[in-house]
Design a protein around this ligand. Structure first.
Ligand code: UDP
Length: 336
């Protein structure tokens, strides 16, 4: 019949997109710690419209309060394990609890978030032709047998451990990204994020920097989990956000490590926090959790060469910036 032969009508959404010069950007997990700093940076550009989707499991509206009501900003309560349809040009897919205590709290939900959540966001990217960036993790290297870790290392991960919902979840998420890229031509970017710290971390996040700073401010002992010689490398959040945007805007799929190569043992971190924040505080040793990686330090050669990126803020400069924010939220002003 004649109706079947009628030419397809262009979708009004696609049509309007053709004329608009604004970049519409979706950030999943945009109410979280890194996500909300990313929102701040992207909103500085007047050509960007930012849509945040967050289920507020670990994120908070408070982190975005200065943008609520802004004409270029939208906030949606949404869980990425459900499909989402929005017309966007770029997707920063950050949504997933990232602190061990939170991602282990409901491990089945964590793996669903990583697998089904990433599938849903890739489906969206495919449907609307958006470029998608996944924030993967240094945890894909597991308890690494090479040091520092570069992107070609395949990792040493326990597939059935208590951390697997997160690290294996992110590994599957990376696989999905590359399969959509190869099979459907989706433009993908993968960042492997190393430990990140800064203002707006949840005070009860449970991770080491936020724990030590809150403990030092409250004059409670700093809890170094045994043996204390395990290492991590800590990146200040503004450096992290800068790296993510460069990766999104650049021409490389990644995976690319984004992190600060300055490596510290947990005992050294505790000593730095003690010296900078509260010289009176005690440092104690407490029991560790299973499968804790013994060492972690990013090789950032690729980020330097391909993105022209390297972190600028040293740990000893970043800790006081975070202390300031924690003091305000805890209501404990500095003594002198
Ligand atoms: N850690 C610690 N004290 C704390 C919390 C964590 O010594 O109060 C140690 C933990 O054993 C690990 C490191 O700090 O070796 C980093 O842990 P975190 O949970 O911050 O992040 P992860 O890198 O393990 O995801």
């Amino acid at each position: 019949n004649s109706a079947a032969k009628a030419p397809p009508t262009p979708s009004p959404l696609r049509f309007s997109k053709f004329f608009q010069s604004n970049m519409r950007i979706l950030i999943t997990g945009g109410a979280g710690f890194i996500g909300s700093h990313l929102v701040d940076r992207l909103m500085e550009n007047e050509k960007n419209e930012v849509i945040v989707a967050d289920n507020y499991f670990t994120g908070s509206k408070d982190n975005l309060k200065k943008w609520i009501g802004h004409p270029r900003f939208e906030l949606i309560r949404h869980d990425v394990t459900e499909p989402l349809l929005v017309e966007v040009d770029q997707i920063y897919h950050l949504a997933c609890p990232a602190s061990p205590i939170f991602y282990k709290y409901n491990p089945v939900k964590t793996i669903k978030t990583n697998v089904i959540g990433t599938l849903n966001m890739l489906g969206l990217a495919k449907r609307v032709g958006a470029r998608i960036l996944l924030t993967s993790t240094s945890e894909v290297y597991g308890d690494p047998l090479i040091h520092p870790q570069n992107e070609s290392y395949w990792g040493n991960v326990n597939p059935i451990g208590v951390r697997s919902c997160y690290d294996e979840g992110k590994r599957v998420a990376e696989t999905l990204m590359f399969d959509y890229h190869r099979q459907h031509g989706i433009e993908i970017r993968i960042a492997r994020i190393f430990n990140t710290y800064g203002p707006r971390m949840n005070i009860d996040d449970g991770r080491v920097v936020s724990n030590f700073i809150a403990q030092a401010i409250r004059n409670e002992p700093l809890t170094v989990q045994a043996p204390g010689t395990q290492t991590r490398s800590f990146c200040y959040v503004s450096d992290m956000v800068d790296g993510l945007i460069r990766l999104m805007e650049g021409e490389n799929t990644g995976p690319i490590n984004i992190g600060n190569p300055g490596e510290f043992t947990m005992i050294e971190l505790a000593e730095n926090v003690k010296e900078l924040i509260n010289p009176e505080v005690k440092i104690i040793s407490v029991e560790n959790t299973p499968d804790d990686p013994r060492q972690r330090k990013p090789d950032i050669t690729k980020a330097k060469e391909l993105l022209g990126w390297e972190p600028k803020i040293k740990l000893r400069d970043g800790l006081p910036l975070m202390e300031e924010d924690f003091r305000q939220r805890l209501g404990v002003p500095r003594k002198n």
